[in-house]
Write a protein that binds this ligand. Structure first.
Ligand SMILES: Nc1ncnc2c1ncn2[C@@H]1O[C@H](COP(=O)(O)OP(=O)(O)OP(=O)(O)O)[C@@H](O)[C@H]1O
Ligand SMILES: [Mg+2]
Length: 277
């Protein structure tokens, strides 16, 4: 069994199995091609990943711990520039450029592709300043513009109703769930094109989780969302496209909920049915 599984995984990585046909996406906003990432300990964390990402949809990357999901999000945000990456190969096409090309400015890129992590990191400032800080750095100082950005981004992150009366209080006084939504609002204030979310609701109660999931449905009208969910259930609830990652490989991907109702591979089925975690 172990041997068969290894062979299947190797075939998938080489693209020689018929079980996984690469998805066809018309005019993808991002296209990940033959991406491999190896950290300096010599372990390959992503092996030959091919995945087109459709615009204005929620693409969900899910699978067991250590599968490479966060590595992929960090690579999309060029955060691996700062990590211990030994080898990185392949391409990530984004509007005609390969964002892995070192001549591309990562700071500028991160305004266009924003990221929210599992644990919220608010800046030690007021709620309002958390949202205006990035815009001021980008040279925007008009009060009316900043006020509008604060209101719109908080509304989009489903936080406005809870904080509109205390925008000048310290952000650190917010609850964990509120801080998480503030981090989402901070990314939205910069009006990125793509939002990367790495288990954004893992520290949230079910009500806040519901609010975030609801706001994602609205946000996708404007943005492209790539989400690493905190559970299979969340994956199934939110996915327009679902991609199952196991041990650095993209095992199977499909549109809609097919991966959860009719997975093609045993590994996917076992995982979505909760047989291993
Ligand atoms: N900075 C790093 N240096 C070395 N190895 C790393 C580093 N970051 C991740 N890895 C390794 O790469 C593999 C994939 O890790 P990654 O964090 O991408 O997985 P994940 O799918 O996000 O897992 P989880 O669901 O637990 O968040 C793991 O084996 C991990 O140990
Ligand atoms: Mg992770």
């Amino acid at each position: 069994m172990a041997m068969d599984k290894q062979m299947l995984l190797d075939d998938i990585a080489k693209g020689t199995t018929s079980a996984f046909e690469p998805l066809q996406v018309k005019d993808p906003i991002l296209s990940i091609e033959n991406l491999s990432v190896m950290y300096s300990d010599g372990k390959e964390s992503l092996i030959n990943i091919n995945l087109p990402i459709p615009a204005n949809q929620i693409s969900v990357l899910f699978g067991p711990s250590g599968g490479g999901k966060s590595t992929l999000l960090r690579t999309l945000n060029r955060l691996n520039d700062l990590a211990d990456v030994e080898k990185l190969s392949g391409h990530i096409w984004f509007e005609g450029m390969d964002l892995l090309d070192l001549s591309i400015d990562p700071i500028n890129l991160r305004r266009r592709i924003g990221i929210v992590f599992a644990r919220p990191v608010v800046l030690p400032m007021t709620i309002r300043q958390n949202l205006t800080y990035g815009l001021e750095i980008a040279g925007i100082h008009k009060h009316a513009v900043l006020d509008e950005a604060v209101e719109q981004s908080l509304k989009a992150a489903a936080l406005w109703d809870e904080v509109e009366d205390r925008l000048d209080d310290s952000a650190g006084a917010l609850s964990g769930g509120q801080q998480q939504r503030l981090c989402l609002a901070r990314v939205l204030a910069l009006e990125p094109e793509i939002i990367l979310l790495d288990e954004p609701t893992s520290g949230l109660d079910p009500i806040s989780t519901g609010k975030v999931e609801e706001s994602l449905q609205k946000l996708k009208e404007t943005y492209t969302i790539i989400l690493v969910p905190h559970s299979v259930q969340q994956a199934a609830r939110t996915a327009d496209l679902a991609a199952f990652f196991l041990e650095g490989r993209l095992i199977e991907a499909s549109f809609g909920k097919t991966l959860f109702t009719k997975p093609r591979l045993d590994q996917t089925r076992d995982y979505v049915e909760g047989r291993f975690g």
